[in-house]
Design a protein around this ligand. Structure first.
Ligand SMILES: NC(=O)c1ccc[n+]([C@@H]2O[C@H](COP(=O)([O-])OP(=O)(O)OC[C@H]3O[C@@H](n4cnc5c(N)ncnc54)[C@H](O)[C@@H]3O)[C@@H](O)[C@H]2O)c1
Length: 218
């Protein structure tokens, strides 16, 4: 059964998508991974802040979001937000140790601040440390196979951290889709804008391509 929508923010706002790709006529779903070294997402990402979208790419389009789609807004709390938190806790051993999943208050706050978009766990906990280092070692080994040209350890480590971030966001996407949602509304910290105190920007993940119009390039 389709869960009732939990959004309050108007999906009728203008939603922007920024890309470095050439303008395309229709969304490919899932979208192409930015590079072979990146984990592919199974969502399309939008924001109502054009400048924030430009951080992802200078070629900008807008879309209309279909009304009455099933949207979850975890920052609002309530039973649906808790259900998503608990699904994530059960999704894998590393997610089970994620700081943002500790309790409802932490979960809700992390969606309000945008911190939820970066995986975090207690690195003084030996099990968490072990899980993170094992995960990163696997990703790094894989990256060394994929990346043909010789690259430094620092580059590989940086790319592995990005893969961890993408894997965490993708886990949120996967668990939300399993619960029947077509979109997630939240915020993401703007790390591209060069702000001293980066603000939380509106963030929309579309999990079902029928929920969004074709891109309208500006
Ligand atoms: N792109 C944005 O405007 C935007 C908005 C909010 C947040 N973000 C954040 O930025 C990160 C990367 O997001 P992203 O949007 O670059 O996604 P992504 O990293 O999954 O990259 C997919 C890329 O493929 C491009 N693409 C090329 N042809 C396409 C086609 N036919 N259909 C669909 N996509 C096509 C997309 O434009 C995008 O650049 C995510 O963490 C997301 O939360 C991005």
């Amino acid at each position: 059964m389709t869960p009732p929508s939990t959004h309050t923010s108007p999906l009728t706002d203008k939603w922007y998508h920024g890309t470095d790709a050439a303008p395309f006529v229709a969304w490919t779903f899932p979208p192409p991974a930015p590079s072979p070294a990146d984990l592919a997402h199974t969502a399309l990402f939008f924001t109502t802040n054009r400048a924030f979208a430009e951080g992802a790419g200078k070629t900008i389009c807008t879309v209309e979001i279909k009304p009455d789609i099933a949207v979850i807004t975890p920052a609002l709390g309530g039973s649906q937000s808790t259900e998503l938190r608990k699904s994530l806790l059960k999704s894998n051993p590393l997610a089970a140790r994620c700081t943002w999943l500790s309790d409802d208050d932490t979960w809700i706050r992390s969606w309000k601040t945008g911190e939820v978009m970066r995986f975090a766990c207690d690195m003084s906990d030996p099990t968490s440390t072990l899980l993170v280092s094992k995960g990163l070692a696997l990703v790094e080994a894989n990256l060394r196979k994929i990346i043909a040209s010789p690259v430094s350890d620092a580059v590989i480590k940086d790319q592995a951290m990005q893969c961890l971030t993408r894997a965490w966001i993708e886990q949120i996407v996967v668990e939300s889709r399993k619960l029947g949602y077509q979109a997630i509304l939240g915020t993401e910290i703007d790390r591209w804008g060069g702000h001293a105190a980066p603000p939380a920007e509106p963030w929309l993940a579309i999990l079902d391509p029928t929920a969004v119009s074709a891109p309208n390039w500006l």
